[in-house]
Design a protein. Sequence first.
Length: 156
Amino acid sequence: MKILDLEPGDPRLETELLPVLRELRPHLTPALFHDIYTTGHPQGLRFSAAYAEDGRCVGAAGWRIIATTSSVRKLYVDDLVTSEQARSGGVGNAMIAHLEEHANAAGCYELDLDSGTHRTGAHRFYLRERLDIVAFHFAKQLKQLKPLKPVEPLDG
């Protein structure tokens, strides 16, 4: 297995990574995904793709390194998914290891992710990977999903 970090503009983002990512995020269209990465990349958003020996993309991770008051510096995983036909084959384990390497190289104190309460299979995987349940995550939907408008950077 080979894991690659894909930069904005890489055609593999849409043709190879996005179909796998859509197994977790079915609302993503190519246009919306492009808008999100265009806006998110300056904010630290990155994508990694796992490839099987036959060249198929079988895993996707969206992640960023952020500074927070609670953990100082962490690698936050926005998305982590293994394609359905490749599950239980070590892809998730390899992706977590890849993300841990990025976190350690960046001086992070933790690797952090949220997982929907209904994703019990994913929770079993995370616990096997030695991730702990450390918080409740609360959210309030404010608007319906639609294409993003670029966010202006804060002056600072």
